[in-house]
Design a protein. Structure first.
Length: 481
C-alpha cells in the first residue's frame, strides 16, 4: 500500500473525520487504521498531498493570469497597430519603419501608391529598386553610416513614381532605442521636395548665369580700359566664351546686308582669331546653305539659340567637312543682334555631345551680345580712325594751302612793289623788292615742306602765334624807306 492511498474522509470539504471518536482513521481503500504512528504518518501524507494540489492550483491560476495578460497585450498591440496603420495611411507623407539592421518591415499606403509597389514587394531591402540609379550608391553608403551611429539623420534622393518619373524626396529617419541604447526599430518619412529642388536649381542656375555675365563683363571692361587695339577686344570676348563653356573653338557668322546670306567672318581657333581670308578657308564656300533641310535657318528665322547635337548627321558641305577632322561633334548656334535686328550668330563647337539648360542658353545669348558689341565697337573704331585720317589729311592740306597762299601773297606784294619802283626809275629799290620776293618764295617752299613733315610751321617753333603773324606781316609789307 502507498502513502497516497490513504485519505482523511470528511463530512465537509477540508474537515478530517475520526471514526466514532475512538481515534481511528480510514485509509483511501476504506480500511481503518488504529496505530497512532501510522495515523500520524497518514495525516502528514494527506497534508503534503493537499499542499501539492494547492501549489498546482496556484501555478495553474498564475499561468491562466499570464495567458490572459498576454492575450490582452496582444489585443492591445493589434489595436495599436491598427491605429498606427490608420494614422500613417491618412498622413500625406510616405512613412515606413524597419528593423535594427535597416531592413524595412512596414510601408504605408501612400508609399505603395506613389511607387506602384505592394508592401510585400517593397519590404526588406527591395525598396532600393525605386531609388534613382545615380543616387543609390550615396544613399546606401549614408544609410550604413546612420545604422552604425544609431542617430537621427536625413538624406536627399530621387524616387521613381509609378509612372516611371523621378521626383526628389527628403528621407528622414530616427531610431527607437531600448534602455541600454541599442536600436529596437527605425522609423522614417519620405517628403516630396521636388518643387524646392527646382527652385534651388533655378536659383543656382540664375546665380551661375549672373556670375558668368558679371565675370565676362568685368573682363571685357578691363580689356576696354587696357587694350589699345579695338580688334583685340573681339578676340578677348571670344576667349572668355570658350573658357566659360569649355568649347573647342568658336565661329562668327554675319549676315550680308545686300543679299541676306550668312557667311563666316572669323573663327577663334588655337587661341587666336583667324578671319575668313586666312589660308585655312581657301577654296571653301564660306556661305551657309539656307534650305529648309538644314538645321540653322530656324535660328535666323526665330532669333533663338539652336543646338546641333551631332554635326555628323547634318548633310555634307565644305565648312562642316572642315570641322570633322578637328573632332567637332556638337555645335551651339547663338544669334547676335544689333538694335533689335539679327545680324549674325556665333557657333560654339564641342568635341563631345552636349546639352544645355535654359540658363546656359541665356548666358550664351548674353555673351553673344557682347561679341556683337565688340564687333560693332571695332568697326566704329576703324571708321573713326579712317575719319580721323581723312580729317587730318584735310587739315594738312589746309595748312599747306595757307602757308603757300601767305608766301605767294608776300611774293606778289614784293613783285608789285618792284614793278612800281622800276616804273619810277628806282632800280636799286626794285632790286631789293625782287630779292625779298625771291626770299619769300624760298621760305614759303621750305615752310610747306616742314608742314608736310612736322605738321607744324617753323615760325611757331621759334615764336608764338602773334609773333609769327607779326613777322610774316613785316616780311610781306617791308619797303625801303
Amino acid at each position: 500500500m502507498r502513502a497516497d492511498d490513504f485519505f482523511v474522509p470528511s463530512k465537509t470539504k477540508g474537515d478530517r473525520l475520526l471514526s466514532h471518536g475512538r481515534g481511528r482513521v480510514m485509509d483511501r481503500s476504506g480500511g481503518m487504521v488504529d496505530d497512532a504512528g501510522a495515523k500520524l504518518k497518514l495525516l502528514e501524507q494527506e497534508l503534503a498531498h493537499a499542499r501539492s494540489e494547492l501549489d498546482a492550483s496556484r501555478k495553474i491560476s498564475a499561468q491562466l493570469t499570464e495567458e490572459k495578460e498576454a492575450l490582452r497585450i496582444h489585443a492591445d498591440r493589434r489595436q495599436w497597430e491598427a491605429g498606427f496603420r490608420l494614422a500613417t495611411d491618412t498622413t500625406p507623407g510616405l512613412i515606413w519603419f524597419g528593423r535594427a539592421d535597416g531592413s524595412v518591415e512596414f510601408l504605408n499606403s501612400q508609399w505603395c501608391a506613389y511607387t506602384g509597389l505592394s508592401m510585400e514587394e517593397g519590404l526588406g531591402w527591395n525598396w532600393v529598386s525605386v531609388i534613382h540609379p545615380e543616387d543609390l550608391p550615396g544613399l546606401i553608403e549614408h544609410w550604413g553610416e546612420i545604422i552604425k551611429s544609431a542617430r537621427p539623420d536625413e538624406h536627399e534622393a530621387r524616387m521613381r513614381r509609378f509612372d516611371g518619373a523621378y521626383r526628389w524626396f527628403l528621407l528622414r529617419c530616427a531610431p527607437l532605442l531600448d534602455e541600454s541604447g541599442a536600436v529596437i526599430r527605425w522609423y522614417g518619412t519620405n517628403t516630396d521636395i521636388e518643387e524646392r529642388k527646382r527652385v534651388e536649381q533655378a536659383l543656382s542656375a540664375s546665380e551661375n548665369v549672373s556670375r558668368g555675365q558679371a565675370e565676362a563683363l568685368k573682363s571685357t571692361l578691363d580689356a576696354l580700359a587696357m587694350e589699345p587695339v579695338a580688334d583685340k577686344l573681339v578676340e578677348h570676348v571670344l576667349r572668355i566664351i570658350t573658357e566659360q563653356f569649355g568649347a573647342h573653338s568658336i565661329s562668327v557668322w554675319r549676315r550680308d546686308p545686300a543679299t541676306g546670306m550668312i557667311g563666316i567672318e572669323m573663327a577663334f581657333e588655337e587661341g587666336r582669331v583667324v578671319t575668313s581670308a586666312d589660308p585655312r578657308f581657301a577654296g571653301m564656300d564660306k556661305w551657309l546653305p539656307m534650305e529648309e533641310r538644314w538645321p540653322w535657318p530656324e535660328v535666323f528665322r526665330t532669333g533663338k539659340p539652336s543646338l546641333i547635337e551631332d554635326i555628323r548627321t547634318v548633310p555634307a558641305f565644305s565648312l562642316r567637312d572642315r570641322l570633322l577632322p578637328m573632332g567637332i561633334i556638337t555645335v551651339l548656334l547663338v544669334p547676335m543682334f544689333v538694335a533689335g535686328h539679327l545680324e549674325g550668330a556665333i557657333g560654339l563647337r564641342f568635341v563631345e555631345k552636349r546639352v544645355f539648360g535654359t540658363e546656359e542658353m541665356d548666358l550664351a545669348q548674353a555673351l553673344a551680345n557682347q561679341v556683337m558689341l565688340m564687333i560693332q565697337f571695332a568697326r566704329l573704331s576703324t571708321q573713326t580712325r579712317e575719319t580721323a585720317v581723312i580729317a587730318e589729311r584735310n587739315r594738312i592740306a589746309r595748312d599747306i594751302h595757307d602757308t603757300l597762299a601767305q608766301g605767294l601773297t608776300g611774293v606778289i606784294v614784293q613783285l608789285e612793289a618792284a614793278e612800281d619802283a622800276n616804273l619810277r626809275g628806282l632800280s636799286a629799290e626794285a632790286g631789293e623788292h625782287l630779292d625779298r620776293a625771291r626770299r619769300l618764295a624760298r621760305e614759303s617752299l621750305n615752310e610747306a615742306r616742314r608742314s608736310v613733315h612736322a605738321l607744324r610751321p617753323q615760325a611757331l617753333a621759334d615764336s608764338n602765334l602773334s609773333g609769327a603773324l607779326a613777322e610774316l606781316f613785316t616780311k610781306m609789307t617791308q619797303e625801303r624807306a
